[in-house]
Design a protein. Structure first.
Length: 310
């Protein structure tokens, strides 16, 4: 194998960060699903249109959002059918379409944003000051990742901006990791955690640590084994337990994953946050993981306390 130099970033977003990230992302998605039938893309378009009182050219909106024309058209078909957006032809060029949010559309965003807030607070209770700072940091980053249509105009619905930001960051991260090593987002999270442990780990334990479904981890491990990035091991004392460890190539790929993730962090997070927010983001995964472990232990103890004789 070729010798490759390690790259030491000046900060690190480790596997615990992605646990917290995925929890926030899932909470926001659940909040959207509870209050709307719209996809995240359609809701993103609707929310963006609430930021201006002036009709906007459909093509220009797609460019601002980085979306393909057919994706914008499909989403707008749903939005106009529901009466949330109006779409009119241009006065001088009938082929152009101009978009404006309706009163029903503004009300819909307000309703969804309330659901997003409730879902976030259920996941990250804001009476915990660290959780409150995490939410504020995520919202601050989101405002910079996708700025408003009209610079300087006050923007509403911070939870909606957080949903958009996390969706963009997740997709950007997944695409970047796919480009540099050809593996999926889940596969990369697994080799990242395995490299942090630096010793064989049971698949079930790894699933617990990453807050993933065991079946998803098992499938990912099979893919990684085929790539030659991990090897499976068994214990002579417990033949049912399957362990995994990284190969040399797997360790290199884990380094590539960390380097890529940290570069994305520099671009999308650190450049847009205050020093206090940076510190919070760096430690948020460890805070969330500590709470998850404490909650699991409390539930286990509660179950033990309720045992009765047969």
């Amino acid at each position: 194998m070729d010798s490759r130099a390690d790259i030491s970033p000046d900060f690190s977003l480790d596997s615990s960060y992605f646990v917290a990230f995925e929890m926030a992302h899932n909470a926001l998605k659940q909040g959207l699903e509870a209050a709307s039938s719209l996809s995240i893309t359609a809701y993103r378009i609707l929310a963006k249109l609430t930021q201006t009182n002036v009709p906007i050219n459909q093509g220009k909106l797609g460019e601002r959002l980085g979306l393909k024309a057919n994706v914008v058209s499909q989403s707008l078909d749903s939005l106009t059918e529901l009466g949330l957006v109006s779409r009119t032809a241009g006065a001088t060029d009938g082929r152009q379409r101009f978009l404006a949010v309706t009163d029903a559309g503004r009300d819909h965003v307000a309703t969804v944003n309330k659901s997003l807030v409730e879902s976030l607070y259920a996941t990250f209770p804001t009476e915990n000051p660290v959780y409150r700072t995490i939410l504020e940091a995520a919202i601050a980053a989101g405002s910079s990742i996708e700025p408003p249509l009209e610079p300087g105009r006050p923007t509403k619905f911070p939870a909606t901006r957080a949903l958009t930001a996390l969706e963009l960051m997740r997709q950007t991260t997944a695409d970047a990791l796919k480009d540099v090593c050809g593996a999926s987002f889940i596969d990369c999270r697994i080799i990242q955690r395995a490299a942090e442990l630096n010793h064989p780990v049971r698949i079930g334990d790894l699933a617990d640590q990453l807050v993933m479904a065991p079946i998803n981890v098992t499938r990912s491990v099979d893919r990684l084994q085929q790539r030659g990035w991990i090897r499976k091991l068994r214990s002579p004392e417990d033949r049912k337990a399957v362990y995994l460890e990284l190969t040399d190539e797997g360790r290199y790929q884990a380094m590539v994953v960390n380097t890529t993730v940290n570069e994305l962090g520099r671009t999308y997070l650190w450049a847009n946050l205050t020093a206090d927010q940076k510190e919070t983001i760096e430690k948020m995964g460890h805070v969330v993981m500590a709470d998850l472990i404490a909650l699991k232990e409390a539930r286990t103890q509660a179950a033990l306390n309720n045992l009765i004789p047969l």
